[in-house]
Write a protein that binds this ligand. Structure first.
Ligand code: MN
Length: 257
C-alpha cells in the first residue's frame, strides 16, 4: 500500500481523525480593536447577490466583505515593518502550510490570570517532558481563551488599560523567533500577542520578532483541547491574496486515534 493509500484508509476508517481548529466566520466573529489613532479592520459581512429570485432565479451567492486579519487567520512576514522585505500570503512555503505541530497547554496557568505571559522556562519545561519543538513546524499555544470566541466583548476583555488576554513575554517571543526551530506560532486569542503587548518592549513582540524572522502567526484557533501534545499534522489554507499581509484560513489538524 502506498503512503497516501494508507493515509486515506486511516482517515476513512477513523484511525486518523480530522479536527477543525477554525472559528466559524460570520458578522459576529470577534475582530481586533486598536485604540485611537490607529485604523481598524471591518467585521466580516455577506452581501447577497441573488437568492433564487429575479436577480438569479436558480442560484444563491454572495460577495464577502472581510479583512485579511478576520477570524481564524494567518499572519505573514510583510504584515509587520520588521518583515516588510519578506514574503506575502500568496508566497508562503507549502511546507509551512502542511507541517507538524505540538500543543503546549498552559490553560491552567492562564485560567486565573488573563494577563498570563508564557516564558522561555515554561517552554523548556514542556520540551523536557515531551521532546523538542518540531523543526519547520508549529507551536500551538493553548490558554483556554477559545471559550470566549463567540463573544467580542469577552474575547477582547478590555478596560481603560486596554485588552487583557494571555500571550508571551518579549524574551519568549525573541527565543521563538531566533532560537526555536518552528516556522509558526498559533494561539486561541484575537492576535498572537498578549492584550497588554503594546506596553512590552519591543511593542507587540510576537509580531515584531517572529514576522521579522520570516516566521508566521495563526490566531483564533479552537478545539486545541482535543489535540494531543505531540503527533499533530497541521493543515493551514489561507487564500493566496497577491501582496496580502494575511488571510482568513481554514485550519485542520490530523491526529491519530
Ligand atoms: Mn493578524
Amino acid at each position: 500500500m502506498s503512503l497516501l493509500d494508507g493515509l486515506s484508509k486511516a482517515i476513512t476508517g477513523g484511525a486518523i481523525e480530522i479536527v477543525d481548529l477554525t472559528a466559524p466566520l460570520s458578522s459576529s466573529t470577534p475582530i481586533l480593536q486598536l485604540p485611537e489613532p490607529f485604523a481598524n479592520t471591518i467585521p466580516f459581512r455577506l452581501e447577497e447577490i441573488s437568492r433564487y429570485d429575479e436577480r438569479g432565479p436558480r442560484w444563491y451567492w454572495n460577495d464577502i466583505h472581510t479583512g485579511e486579519h478576520t477570524g481564524t487567520h494567518l499572519d505573514v512576514p510583510v504584515h509587520w515593518v520588521s518583515g516588510k522585505d519578506g514574503h506575502d500570503v500568496s508566497q508562503v512555503p507549502l511546507k509551512t502550510l502542511v507541517a507538524p505541530a505540538v500543543v503546549l497547554d498552559f490553560s491552567a496557568k492562564a485560567a486565573g490570570n488573563p494577563d498570563f505571559l508564557l516564558s522561555v522556562d515554561d517552554i523548556r519545561e514542556w520540551t523536557a517532558e515531551h521532546g523538542p519543538l518540531p523543526d519547520g513546524g508549529w507551536l500551538l499555544y493553548r490558554t483556554g481563551w477559545d471559550v470566549h470566541s463567540a463573544d467580542q466583548e469577552a474575547f477582547l476583555n478590555a478596560d481603560e488599560a486596554g485588552s487583557h488576554t494571555p500571550g508571551v513575554s518579549a524574551d519568549c517571543a525573541r527565543w521563538l523567533a531566533e532560537e526555536a526551530p518552528i516556522t509558526g506560532f498559533g494561539v486561541e486569542t484575537v492576535g498572537t500577542d498578549a492584550g497588554q503587548a503594546p506596553a512590552l518592549e519591543p511593542m507587540f513582540p510576537c509580531h515584531e520578532l517572529l514576522l521579522g524572522a520570516g516566521k508566521h502567526g495563526l490566531t483564533q484557533l479552537q478545539n486545541l483541547a482535543s489535540l494531543p501534545p505531540t503527533g499533530v499534522l497541521l493543515l493551514v489554507s489561507p487564500l493566496p491574496i497577491v501582496g496580502g499581509s494575511g488571510s482568513p484560513a481554514r485550519v485542520l489538524a490530523l491526529v491519530e486515534r
